[in-house]
Design a protein around this ligand. Structure first.
Ligand code: DGL
Length: 270
């Protein structure tokens, strides 16, 4: 593996572009290859074995393009497939769960964390496991919030509907965990909903709740890992190549997640 090679990033669809955004900010010299499995999104409601199989196909696609590292931007795929992929793949592999867990443990003062994510991410139990591996004294409550993904894709980010949905999910979590002080955003889509989630969390808990973003934590971990392995690019400017398995609505929705227009999207089959 050589430092001039690209970093491969994959996700179930466009959501992982929030991770690309964070990666591009922290690692501006890196070439990024993004693969969004838009033909088969969502992963969040699918079974572990299906998600694992899809993740293996995406990984193979990126390896064939000669990447030096793979970032599993999708929390659901990280939750279900990271261990399987680690056993199979020869390049460094980074998922969402471990960096997110570490960032949440570092942020909590009272040792009480709430995690929100897809059904799959919550069902896998991987965040509570990863948090226990960092600090077994921290208590974790996880809540699946499946409606937040379509809301973010629709661009209903901070209106009455988004607020009502967020309030319902977070009130449930508050009933189970009234004393938490950190809410871990364990899904690619949630950074877009950060303003409404912050406001509703504040309202619902009546005390400060710090929102920790797994996309940011992943980007920070990728930089640390590249430096540790002496694989950081020495190029003056990086770039982004985008591959998708279906291109319907990709321009509009993709730009919302990336924060700027996407150009040169290539449609591929896995
Ligand atoms: N990318 C997924 C995640 O972070 C959300 C969308 C989906 O369900 O595929 O869990």
């Amino acid at each position: 593996v050589k430092s001039h090679q690209a970093i491969g990033v994959f996700d179930s669809g466009v959501g992982g572009l929030t991770v690309v955004r964070s990666l591009a900010e922290r690692l501006p010299s890196e070439e990024l290859f993004y693969l969004g499995d838009t033909a088969r999104v969502p992963y969040g409601s699918k079974s572990a074995s299906t998600v694992r199989r899809y993740a293996q196909m995406s990984t193979r696609f990126l390896l064939e393009r000669g990447v030096k590292m793979i970032v599993i931007a999708c929390n659901t795929a990280s939750a279900y497939a990271l261990d399987t992929l680690r056993a199979e793949v020869g390049v460094p592999l980074l998922g969402a769960v471990e960096p997110g867990a570490r960032a949440a443990v570092a942020a909590t003062r009272v040792g009480r964390i709430g995690v929100i994510g897809t059904l799959g991410t919550v069902r896998s139990g991987s965040y509570p496991r990863a948090i226990a591996a960092v600090d077994p004294s921290v208590r974790v409550t996880a809540r699946a919030c499946p409606l937040l993904v379509p809301l973010a894709e629709e661009g209903w980010l901070d209106d009455a509907v988004a607020e009502a949905v967020a309030r319902r999910y977070l009130s449930d979590l508050r009933d189970e965990a009234p004393d938490l002080d950190v809410l871990l955003l364990g899904c690619t889509h949630y950074p877009l909903l950060r303003p409404v989630l912050t406001r509703v969390a504040h309202d619902v808990w009546h005390h400060d709740v710090l929102l920790v973003d797994s996309a940011e934590a992943m980007a920070a971990a990728a930089r640390t890992e590249l430096e540790r392995l002496q694989l950081a690019s020495a190029a003056r400017a990086g770039g982004l190549r985008c591959f998708v398995t279906d291109d319907a609505r990709i321009d509009e929705v993709g730009a919302r997640f990336l924060g700027r227009p996407l150009d040169g999207i290539e449609r591929v089959d896995l």
